[in-house]
Write a protein that binds this ligand. Structure first.
Ligand code: SF4
Length: 325
C-alpha cells in the first residue's frame, strides 16, 4: 500500500507524518456489548447495548491488507466491550477463528477480556480454544489481558479462576497482562494470595527483553504474568469519576508506550486513533453503502483528520500538540 508523501504539510503539521509513517497496531473493538457496566468504562459498554459484532470477514480483510503494508507492526489487539460474549450469543467460532487467523500468520495477538464469564456453562470451551491458540505460532506470541481494579466487579476472583483454569492446560505458553490503576496496586498481592488459595503455583522470573531485565511471574508451569499500572482517563462513563485524568490534546494517547500508532476499529463502523478517551481523531470504515472501505483510504482520512485536529487545537490554544518528530 502506498500512501502519498506530503513533505511540506508534514513540516507544518508533523502529526500527519506520524500517523502515516509510524508503525501501527490494529485494534478491533469487536462489540460494544458487555456483561458489566463499569463506572470507569471509556467505551460506555454495557448489557443494554446492541449485540452486534464486527464481522469476521471484515476483520480478516483489514488484517490481510495490513500484512501487505510495511508500516504494520504485525500486532493485533482484540477487545470490546467484551469479546467473549460471542460464546454466550452462540457464535462459538468467532474468537478461535480470529485467533487462529492471526497466529497462523505469525501476528502478535492480544485479546482483552474481563473474565466475567469464568463460571458460565461454555467456560471449558473458551479455555480449550485459548490453549489451542497458544500452540500456534511462536511461544508467547499470544497475550491475554485481564483487568484487576476496584471498578470491575469480582476482578480478583475472576482473574484468579481464569489463571487457575488456563494453568491446568498443559504447554499453554501465553503472556497474561494484568492491568490495574495506581490506587489499586494492592490488588496484585490480593490476586497472588487468591491464586495460592486455589492451588496455582506462582514463581518469580526475570525475563530479558530488548536488553532490559523485566520482573515477571510464572503461573503454573508456562503462563507468564505481567503486571502494569495505567492511567484512568475521563472518557465515556469515567468522566463521572473524581480524579480521572483529563487530556486536552485531541491526539490523546494514540501512540502506545512502544511508539506505535493505535488504529482502532469499532462495531459502530468507526476507526479511531487511540483506544479510548480524549477528543477523537476518527473516520468511518464503512462507506455509504455499508461496505468496508479500503485500508489505504481509511489511513488517508485519518492523516487528514489528525491534521485538521492539530489546526483546530492550535487555533483554540495557540499551541502545537506535536512539536517535533
Ligand atoms: S470497562 Fe470493560 S468490563 Fe467494564 S463495562 Fe467497559 S468493556 Fe465492560
Amino acid at each position: 500500500m502506498k500512501i502519498e508523501n506530503i513533505t511540506l504539510i508534514d513540516k507544518i503539521l508533523p502529526i500527519g507524518g506520524i500517523v502515516r509513517d509510524f508503525p501501527y497496531v490494529l485494534v478491533f473493538k469487536t462489540t460494544n456489548w458487555c456483561w458489566y457496566k463499569c463506572p470507569h468504562c471509556c467505551e460506555n459498554a454495557g448489557p443494554d447495548n446492541s449485540r452486534a459484532f464486527i464481522p469476521i470477514d471484515v476483520i480478516k480483510g483489514y488484517i490481510s491488507q495490513s500484512m501487505q503494508d510495511v508500516k504494520f507492526n504485525n500486532s493485533v489487539i482484540f477487545t470490546g466491550g467484551e469479546i467473549m460474549a460471542a460464546y454466550a450469543f452462540g457464535a462459538t467460532d468467532y474468537v478461535p477463528e480470529l485467533l487462529k487467523f492471526c497466529l497462523n500468520h505469525n501476528i502478535g495477538t492480544d485479546i482483552k477480556t474481563n473474565a466475567a464469564w469464568v463460571n458460565a456453562k461454555y467456560t471449558p470451551r473458551v479455555f480449550d480454544d485459548l490453549a489451542a491458540a497458544s500452540s500456534i505460532g511462536k511461544p508467547y506470541s499470544f497475550q491475554i489481558s485481564l483487568s484487576l481494579d476496584r471498578y470491575h466487579k469480582h476482578s480478583i476472583q475472576n482473574c484468579a479462576k481464569f489463571i487457575h483454569e488456563l494453568s491446568k492446560r498443559p504447554e499453554t505458553h501465553v503472556v497474561i497482562n494484568l492491568a490495574s490503576f495506581e490506587n489499586d496496586r494492592h490488588m496484585f498481592n490480593d490476586l497472588f494470595n487468591a491464586l495460592k488459595r486455589n492451588g496455582t503455583s506462582i514463581d518469580d522470573a526475570i525475563v530479558i527483553s530488548n536488553g532490559k531485565q523485566l520482573k515477571k511471574y510464572i503461573a503454573g508451569d508456562t503462563l507468564l504474568l505481567n503486571t502494569s499500572v495505567g492511567t484512568l482517563f475521563d472518557g465515556g462513563r469515567a468522566k463521572n469519576i473524581h480524579g480521572a485524568y483529563h487530556d486536552k490534546t485531541p491526539q490523546f494517547s494514540f501512540i502506545s508506550n512502544n511508539g506505535d500508532v493505535l488504529m482502532a476499529f469499532d462495531s459502530f463502523g468507526r476507526v479511531t486513533l487511540g483506544e479510548n478517551s480524549g477528543r477523537k481523531i476518527n473516520t468511518k470504515w464503512r462507506n455509504n453503502s455499508g461496505c468496508p472501505r479500503a485500508l489505504s483510504d481509511i489511513r488517508h482520512r485519518l492523516i487528514s483528520n489528525a491534521q485538521f485536529e492539530d489546526i483546530r487545537y492550535r487555533i483554540l490554544t495557540g499551541k502545537s500538540f506535536i512539536k517535533t518528530r
